[in-house]
Design a protein around this ligand. Structure first.
Ligand code: PMP
Length: 347
């Protein structure tokens, strides 16, 4: 059964809005635009679909445009998936906490239930495949797997994902969120969308490519699923300055070199943190952040706040007592952090 058949029936039947035609070299009197512009071209609606953008991202990821949809950040992709597949008050998503909280937030907005199957704190927050399969039911349309996982940093083994894909074929889509994959030693699963009809992979330009400000991500999936998700996007979703900014940033490939620097800085930061008395545990990370357990997170937060340094505390989450996620910054920023932490321990 095609995974697209799992969609909400009203979305499967949805007739998309027909926008005014756009053809190069025409006099455009069909879209109620005005002829004057504060900056060249801004009086005109952008492309209905960001074809050039999708071609470029497709080339970057090594996947055809027909299996790829550009979205405004991968956050939007999460929202589109949930609204496309989950009927309100009927369907559910499965998540493996601690993990990225937006899966839950978007599910709440759509009145989709959230089934939580916790990761194992004893095994560096590995997912529990058999527990996920035991807890998923006929209404579980989407299983979200974040790898490397935010905020714990570890990779989910490919064999675990393949097991989920096989076991849930025809029943659930397995959504692998690869926001941080470039920082890991792991290959992306985007190429596997040809093999597994129920696989969806989320990618983003916000992290390794340094483009968080433009809001651009992508979903890789089977043609049918991409076609369904496309219907859910508003027309003219991508502004022309966004598209131009992304194409320019990716053109000379300057962003391709960011990862090496971050990964070596991550390891340097890990070594320095490991030497501090107030640090109790640092989890293995394949992302651009480290999950750290402190002896006294409150004291750390107070010291950092007094120096106007922000880290992300996860103290309220089960299994993450006294833990914080620290993003790997520039060498200067990391030095400021380490100075502050040395001070906290000394006091
Ligand atoms: N997935 C994960 C795991 C994330 O950590 C984030 C951002 N923090 C996102 C998706 C969303 O990123 P964006 O919308 O910028 O692509």
């Amino acid at each position: 059964m095609s995974a697209a058949l799992l969609a909400r029936p009203e979305i499967a039947a949805l007739k998309p809005y027909r926008t005014a035609r756009q053809e190069p070299g025409t006099v455009r009197l069909n879209a109620n635009e005005v002829p004057q512009a504060p900056a060249p071209g801004l009086n005109r609606y952008p492309a209905i679909r960001p074809d050039a953008l999708e071609r470029r991202i497709g080339a970057l990821l090594g996947i055809g445009e027909d299996r790829l949809l550009a979205t405004r950040g991968s956050s939007e992709a999460i929202d589109l998936l949930i609204r496309t597949f989950c009927r309100a008050y009927a369907d559910n998503i499965v998540v493996a906490p601690p993990t990225f909280a937006m899966y839950q937030v978007y599910a709440n907005m759509q009145a989709a239930e959230v089934i939580e199957v916790p990761r194992s704190a004893e095994r560096d927050f590995a997912i529990d495949v058999s527990a996920i399969l035991a807890n998923a039911n006929d209404a579980s349309k989407l299983i979200f797997i974040c790898s490397p996982n935010n905020p714990t940093g570890g990779i989910v083994p490919r064999t675990d994902i393949v097991e989920l894909l096989r076991a849930r074929a025809g029943r659930s889509l397995v959504v692998v969120d690869e926001a941080y994959v470039e920082f890991s030693g792991e290959r992306s699963l985007v190429h596997e969308v040809d093999r597994f009809d129920n696989l969806v992979v989320l990618r983003t330009l916000s992290k390794a490519r340094g483009l968080a400000g433009v809001r651009c991500g992508a979903v890789a999936a089977s043609r049918d699923v991409v076609e369904l998700l496309r219907r859910m996007l508003p027309p003219y979703a991508f502004s022309s300055p966004t598209t131009d900014a992304v194409l320019n940033a990716l053109a000379d490939d300057a962003t391709a070199g960011y990862v090496t620097a971050i990964v070596s800085e991550r390891e340097r930061l890990r070594d320095a943190l490991a030497k501090l008395d107030g640090v109790e545990q640092i989890w293995p990370s394949e992302a651009n952040f480290l999950l750290v357990r402190f002896g006294d997170l409150g004291a750390v937060e107070r010291e950092l706040a007094s120096r106007r340094i922000l880290i992300r505390a996860f103290d309220g989450c089960p299994g993450l007592e006294n833990c914080a996620r620290i993003t790997v910054g520039s060498p200067d920023e990391n030095a400021l952090l380490l100075d502050a932490l040395r001070e906290t321990v000394a006091s």
